[in-house]
Design a protein around this ligand. Structure first.
Ligand code: OGA
Ligand code: MN
Length: 285
């Protein structure tokens, strides 16, 4: 028996976990219970935590090897180079003329983290240090449910195909048809990926990073993607997280997408991010 309680946060996904103090090592029983809740609800929230870098890294390591910072070193400011290699700040704060983190201001389109890599990180943990008075909410969309809701015709048209993913670091709203910048990263993934642990099919495409579906004409691909992106935004598939300082959220990049709502530019927002690697999926071998 553990002291953990799990409370669903919406019909789409998300659950709050209470009864854990993440500054203390978690036992294998507790880790297994949290992992179960996370697989069931795709996103877990633990509130009221006071976590140092190492506490967050230790928590993440209970679920797998923590992911290296994948961005070019030139995007990492000097102060961050002193920190744990897996820690990244998500922040709009500028110190000594240099941004202290990545993904600074405003709205962000739906995406999954590191989907531009051939073996994307399975999880992202994000811990809230400073939160603006309004906005900057993170919206999670459940891609098991989107898969189940796909119109048959659309599903049949793209089943078994691959999609091309691309990303240029720093883009939060994609306003061009194709990325073409110098820091371009690309990957190819099946349009429907079976989740590496649950085996359930998910829609693995998103507005920020997915550029085309292989084997379709440009127009067919665009139409299919637009239909999927519209479905992913429907409220019935989404949980919107309103951050409080001290929240630790862990989401599953294999079965959810996330987006961010706008927030005032003159207010500070600072979150600490640590990701967790996935086992190499069978289809990538
Ligand atoms: C991220 C991300 C969203 C946010 O850290 O990968 O997309 O709400 N963050 O800042
Ligand atoms: Mn992200």
């Amino acid at each position: 028996m553990t002291d953990i309680a799990i409370k669903p946060l919406s019909n789409a996904c998300g659950a709050e976990i209470t009864g854990v103090d993440l500054t203390k090592p978690i036992s294998p029983d507790v880790a297994a219970e949290i992992n179960r809740a996370w697989l069931d609800h795709c996103v877990i929230v633990v509130r009221g935590q006071e976590l140092a870098d190492i506490d967050q890294v230790n928590f993440a390591e209970a679920f797998g090897p923590v992911g290296d910072y994948l961005r070019p070193d030139t995007l990492r400011n000097d102060a961050m180079k002193e920190r744990h290699r897996s820690v990244m700040f998500v922040s709009n704060i500028v110190e000594n003329g240099e941004p202290i983190g990545s993904l600074p201001d405003g709205e962000m389109m739906f995406h999954t983290d590191t989907g531009y890599d051939q073996n994307p990180h399975k999880a992202t943990t994000l811990y809230a240090i400073e939160i603006p008075s309004e906005g900057g909410n993170t919206i999670f969309s459940n891609q098991y449910k989107v898969f189940d809701a796909l119109p048959e015709e659309l599903k049949n048209k793209i089943e078994g195909r691959n999609a091309h993913h691309a990303y240029e670091f720093g883009v939060m709203i994609k306003d061009k048809e194709k990325y073409d910048g110098p820091e371009l990263r690309t990957a190819v993934h099946p349009v429907f990926r079976p989740h590496t642990e649950t085996g359930r099919p998910t829609v693995y495409m998103n507005e920020l990073m997915t550029e085309s579906i292989e084997g379709l004409s440009e127009e067919e691909s665009r139409t299919a993607l637009d239909e999927i992106f519209a479905l992913q935004k429907e409220k019935r598939f989404c949980y919107e997280h309103v951050w409080q300082k001290g929240d630790l959220v862990m989401w599953d990049n294999r079965c959810t997408l996330h987006a961010r709502t706008d927030f005032p530019r003159n207010e500070r927002r600072l979150l600490r991010r640590v990701t967790i690697e996935d086992a190499a999926p069978a289809w990538a071998a």
